[in-house]
Design a protein around this ligand. Sequence first.
Ligand code: PHE
Length: 436
Amino acid sequence: MSEQPRASFGGKLSAILVAAGSAIGLGALWRFPYIAGKHGGAAFLLVFLLSILVVGIPAMLAEFAVGRTTRKNAVGAFRSLSKRWSWLGYSGILGALLISGYYYLIAGWSLEYFVNSMSGALYSSSASFKDQFDTFQGSWRPLVYGVVFILMTHFIVSRGVEKGIEKASKIMMPMLFVILIVMAVRVAFMPGAAEGYRFFLSCDFAEAFKAETIMVAIGQAFFSLSVGMGCMVTYASYFKDDNNLMTTSMNVSLLTLLVSVLAGLVIFPAVFSAGLEPTEGPSLVFVTLPEIFNGMPFASLWSLIFFLLVILASLTSTISFHEVLTAYFAEEFKVTRKTGATITTIISIVLSAITFGKLFGVDYFGIFDYVTANALMPLGAMFTCVMVMWFMKKDFMKNELTNYGMLKSRTATFIMFMLRYITPLLIFYIFLKNFL
Ligand code: PHE
């Protein structure tokens, strides 16, 4: 295995699309619009943008640097930089395991809704959409679809870094953007859409700059940018040597922000136009939206397109945390990629079954989600920043950001300042506030 050169993503655009694929997912599509609407609308956008600039981009760059310079899986990467820091790699593996314990299940829900839109069953049933969702939740089908989602992910990841992950992202990401834009335009023509824009975009600075809101925004930045759990380390290990890490991270962040905003511009005008109340999380997507589609001509078609969007966005995210584990098993246990992927898939199925079955009556959804977003990812990101700036060779970060002097270094100087002082301190402060 070590004879072969390590796989790498084709070019600049591939690197951006693959990393943006990891970032853009359920976080942007249904977590963001609701929190933005609730926490000050357009003003929240500003706070989110600041969180991305101050915390998200620097932390992503620290991970990119670790991954590209070592060209190893998360554990191998941290260990080869410094034995004392290899635990950071393991914390990433733990994060990937926890996310695998619930993300596939949620992603699977949209498969059921996609299939039921296609067959027309969703819109011909006499049961209300709320009842349909509850019946679905009470059945075995969420687990079945969750497993199907894992197998779809497995199929892509096991085909390899270039033929699987890169190719899939290059097809699915453009589709995702087209669908979002088509839907945003369609929704703009619904009567009463303006009310929705008002809800989503009206500016409430007092709300947006509350300490609690800032915390929410930073948490969203971590989750949505896939930062703090070895994901970007693993992906960057496939970047080319001349990749401009700074522009890659900025493009990824920009695309994530763009999709988050577009999602809000689709969801809220539609909700208000239908005379409904915006709700949170699952019921927004699986109860409110079907109700809206139902009132539109070609209900099944719009519904089909929307759930395809959710599937595409989730799939490019699930392949990224599947890859974290696949690369880890393959490289650390010296098995083939296919075997690494198979081990990952089996573990993901077991974890999903445990979550679904509420083993010992525990709410794993809530716990896994809380622990990853509020502890593992922030702390992982914080220690990565500390490690690269304080415990590596003096010019480690500078060399990575400027490709050993090939790129201009003014932005790099600014980013390094953030990385050394501001970003880790801010994360630590938020973390303490969250727990005390
Ligand atoms: N960023 C993804 C989303 O918003 C979730 C994710 C987190 C993916 C961490 C990989 C790693 O849905």
